[in-house]
Ligand binder design. Sequence first.
Ligand code: GTP
Ligand code: SPV
Ligand code: MN
Length: 624
Amino acid sequence: MTSVLSGATQDDRAAQDRPDPLAPDLLAWIQEVAALTTPDRIVFVTGSDAEWQELTEKLVAAGTFRPVAGMPNSWHALSDPADVARVEDRTFICSERPQDAGPTNNWMDPTEMKELLTPLFRGAMRGRTMYVMPYCMGPETAASPKLGVEITDSEYVVASMRVMTRVGDRALALINKGHTWVKGLHSLGAPLEADQADVAWPCNETKYIVHFPEERSIWSYGSGYGGNALLGKKCYSLRIASVMARDEGWLAEHMLILKLTSPSNTTHYVAAAFPSACGKTNLAMLEPTIPGWKVETLGDDIAWMTFGKDGRLYAVNPEAGLFGVAPGTGWNTNPNAMRAIEAGNSVFTNVAATDDGGVWWEGMTDEPPAHLTDWKGRDWTPSGVDADGNELASAGQPAAHPNSRFCTPITQVPILADEYFEPVGVPISAILFGGRRKTTIPLVSEARDWQHGVFMGATLSSETTAAATGAVGVVRRDPMAMLPFIGYNAGDYFQHWINVGKGADATKLPKIFYVNWFRRDADGGFLWPGFGENSRVLKWIIERLDGAATAEETAIGYVPAEGALDIDGLDVTPDQLAAALAVEPEEWRQELPLIEEWFAKIGDSVPSSLRDELDALKLRLAEA
Ligand code: GTP
Ligand code: SPV
Ligand code: MN
């Protein structure tokens, strides 16, 4: 790790034997931030092995990390109980004009926001180290590498960003050569006085996750967790990148990318947008239950899509790691994630600890161990009582926080596709939109065309999850699974999707599908077994691309015709299957006012083509 005392200068850099001088705008920014936040020292993050060693030692000494027994180079962290998820109500898009943030984002005038934040950042790094962390989203060999620098006072953030992005000297060299880059300023907002002992998870009650889209910069204050603090992830690769994509004619989306090979050895690439904690990581690593089909992983959370010279839409995964939901990840649901995790080099946050120093979360094994230490550090037993029969404070609560996460290098995924390393990405054949809905939305339906598919995406709905603070299980519109991540006006975003389709050769566009793995029966049970069985739905989708699978036209799109979905060997009753696939006009009629309300909320910027789609849907439902 390269230590530079406060006020880094060109001379410091030269003394470290760097071939290129520090980019002047970077140097100026470092000096400006250091003057504002007054850290004790400044450290450049290089990405070296020695640096990892130093960081993890420091995190263990601080009580933030403890080594996980039985997993090489793996670490367990417990956050402050008030810092466990993205904070959507504290997230702002500070565009110059309020209409450019739109009604789905919090907005404040950028100058006013900086006036508000500057006093919070003043002295915020006192007693701490300020890390200057250059990174690249996607391969550094891309024609236009997507660079950023995060300044942070959190070692946990540096360690996690080293897993999630390409951090260090190669990114810095590109910045120093003059490539543009995104500024990301992050502070925990927890300065230390000389005699003050640190806590294991410093943070501040006051939180701000702020984006300045015109200047392509991010200011994040008060949180150390996930998407709030690892600024390369949601803040850059979705909120800022979606603005870049709007301006430059591409798409930055909350999507997994997978490669699907059929028994006849044809290959297709599929992208899928599901809201947070709604199944992207699981689908991206799926083990097909149908013979002869193979899935390989390219990405599990973010896809950047651009048209290639051949007129097809190509997707790359900008990330280098998985920041996956731990609960529900087990050998029987997602064995490939378990294999990736077992290989080590991971950070686990807010999972439970086993008595032998390992980690555990709900769903990792069928039965929980007899005793655990829960994510709040309390005794936990399956029955909720201790050996003497006294009720534990943790009784009735999960041992791992529902948004607990594993942070693991993607290269450890045993089924990672070779194309992951390809800077131009992979040509997408099908785009899936999906949500978590107990009713109404069938297992799978196919859009009539691109515009209808954009309507499906724009009106996507899902129950809220623990990935963000606030109520869980509330149905809301989550367009393209991007509600918390669109960096501009949602109506303009829909228009951008429409424009992308208009500008393309329609025969080369991906086909669009709408899926729902989460429909329930009257007793609350899932109608569809999900996970590996979702390969059956992928098979129908791929067979639809060349017209091999049959479909029935309904008011909402095409659904599998009777017998078209491969259910060979599947343990579901015909009634369950019919209920999973059903399009109930009455349920859909109840959906219409919700869609109208949603469009009314967005207002004038809703593309007229999508209002036409809504009118057409109403007419079809009236006749159904
Ligand atoms: P983010 O990382 O927050 O963006 O989430 P994600 O979309 O990657 O979701 P993930 O794959 O981690 O799944 C979230 C939760 O949904 C986990 O608890 C899974 O076990 C559960 N899940 C995923 N796929 C299925 C499925 O097909 N059926 C059912 N019933 N549950 C699923
Ligand atoms: C999500 O919430 O969609 C995540 C986790 O992938 S976080 O990085 O915290 O945003
Ligand atoms: Mn996500």
